[in-house]
Design a protein around this ligand. Structure first.
Ligand SMILES: *Cc1c(COP(=O)(O)O)cnc(C)c1O
Length: 462
């Protein structure tokens, strides 16, 4: 089959990444596919370090005192937590399993923030015993935390009060103004049992101004709480720092061109359901933008408000710390032809590429890797081969990519498909051993400067 001419199938290449390309061209991935006999992910922990350093630099440049907590739910690998433990970085957890995991890798309790709604008793108790900071979601949780701290825990309960975002009134998280007023009273009455350290929020979306606006309100709340005798010297602005996956022109051209016929079975995704794969302000630059913005109703930047009031800023980036820190590798195990396009079947499922489970699709183009490296256009001149990518399950809907991707050449069984930049939420949020297929292992590629070296993220137990 000779494919549809390239320009007729929209494409969305990820930003070039020389380091990842070097891995793709090294032959290592075929070795690993042979070793594991199934799909796997590779992780680049030095990229996590770089992203973290960029957030710290943004704080320093703004002259603001702050702490970064990696939001653990974005990826389950141990590699990130090892880096957090080694660098004294905080971690944001929301379950007992996550808390155990971070403590077990050496993150100090005092560097943990526990978020999530209505936390269970055991999670709250261990958080208090470990000196972790708890972001309290609601009044009944506050009562339970105070009760726990009073019944003989060795430390006061360190806590933040989570604000329900006024601009997102349908959020199921946090407390409204009246509830916060009651919470403050209860903290005062609890005396030494609690240390009320401030307020927190986490907003959906990626806009920076709403974060600065709400942060400004939380600074005002801190000042009120201090008058009541509470510590209230910090605010957490949550996560939601965008990741920029693709160039602006490519993204806008893609959105303008994409139509149902570009997808297998004419499946239509509506554009607002896509993650904004191009973001002009992303990562640490988004933090810069939040800090330099003037909160609504004020005159000074958020950074100067924080400085003037002696308020520390905490943040919980997940996706942004994982930018370009990993990729997912599947092996082509079948190539079939349809009317004008192909369907590749790979040796894993869409449960290892989570976006599909949010009625959306992970759009950055997967790269076809042959045993010789990245695929080049077919020398025989048969042209591009547009194909959708299906999983190895018996579900009609198990496609990793419904979109017909314009591969430079017809893939062969045994070639690899590498989905770029998947560490943030794609790899494992929805993974499942469905069909008794093994969960894809994670391979860590440490930055050794020379030939890539690998190790398992979790060594097999003996
Ligand atoms: C999910 C979450 C985060 C991380 O969000 P990202 O978009 O990955 O930065 C931070 N804080 C809270 C409370 C969350 O629920």
């Amino acid at each position: 089959m000779t494919g549809i001419p390239l320009p007729l199938v929209p494409t969305l290449p990820a930003h070039p990444d020389l380091q990842t390309d070097a891995v793709l061209d090294s032959g290592l991935l075929h070795e690993l596919a042979h070793a594991f006999g199934g799909p796997f992910h590779f992780l680049l922990p030095h990229r996590f370090d770089d992203n973290l350093a960029a957030f710290r630099t943004a704080l320093d440049e703004a002259g603001v005192d702050g702490r970064v907590y990696y939001a653990k739910k974005a990826n389950k690998a141990a590699a990130w937590i090892e880096r957090c433990a080694a660098t004294g970085t905080g971690v944001d957890v929301a379950s007992l399993g996550e808390l155990r995991e971070v403590l077990g890798h050496g993150v100090r309790g005092e560097n943990v923030v526990v978020t999530g709604p209505a936390k269970n008793e055991e999670l709250l108790r261990i958080a208090v015993l470990q000196g972790a900071l708890t972001a309290v979601d609601c009044l009944d949780e506050l009562d339970r935390l105070i009760a726990l701290a009073r019944t003989g825990a060795v430390r006061p309960a360190r806590l933040l009060l989570r604000r329900l975002p006024p601009a997102q009134p349908h959020s199921r998280f946090g407390m409204d103004e009246a509830e916060l007023a009651q919470a403050l009273e209860r903290c005062v009455r609890a005396g030494d049992a609690v240390r009320m350290e401030g307020f927190s929020f986490h907003l959906s979306g990626y806009a920076t101004q709403p974060r600065a606006d709400l942060a400004g309100q939380l600074v005002d709340l801190c000042l009120k709480a201090r008058v009541m005798g509470l510590q209230a010297d910090r605010i957490s602005i949550g996560g939601g720092f965008a990741v920029d996956y693709a160039a602006a022109d490519d993204w806008h051209a893609f959105l303008a061109a994409q139509r149902p016929e570009h997808y297998h079975a004419r499946k239509a995704f509506s554009a607002p359901d896509f993650y904004p794969y191009h973001s002009p302000v992303a990562g640490a630059d988004a933090l810069r933008a939040v800090l330099s913005a003037v909160p609504e109703g004020g005159h000074d930047s958020l950074a100067s408000r924080l400085r003037e009031t002696g308020t520390l800023v905490l943040m919980e980036p997940g996706r942004a710390l994982l930018d370009r820190a990993g990729a997912s590798v599947f092996r082509v195990q079948g190539v079939k032809d349809r009317d004008g396009y192909g369907i590749l079947t790979v040796d894993g499922t869409s449960l290892s590429l989570s976006e599909q489970w949010f009625n959306s699709e992970y759009l950055p183009d997967p790269v076809l890797v042959t045993p010789d490296g990245r695929a080049r256009p077919d020398p025989a001149g048969t042209g591009a081969f547009p194909a959708a990518v299906g999983g190895a399950s018996c579900l009609e809907s198990d496609l990793l990519t419904w979109r017909k991707i314009p591969f430079p050449t017809r893939p062969s069984v045994g070639d690899l498909l590498v989905y770029p930049n998947t560490a943030g939420y794609q790899m494992d949020s929805n993974e499942s051993p469905f069909h008794d297929l093994p969960l894809p292992p994670k391979v860590v590629l440490d930055d050794t400067g020379g030939r890539p070296r690998w190790r398992l993220d979790r060594r097999p137990a003996c």
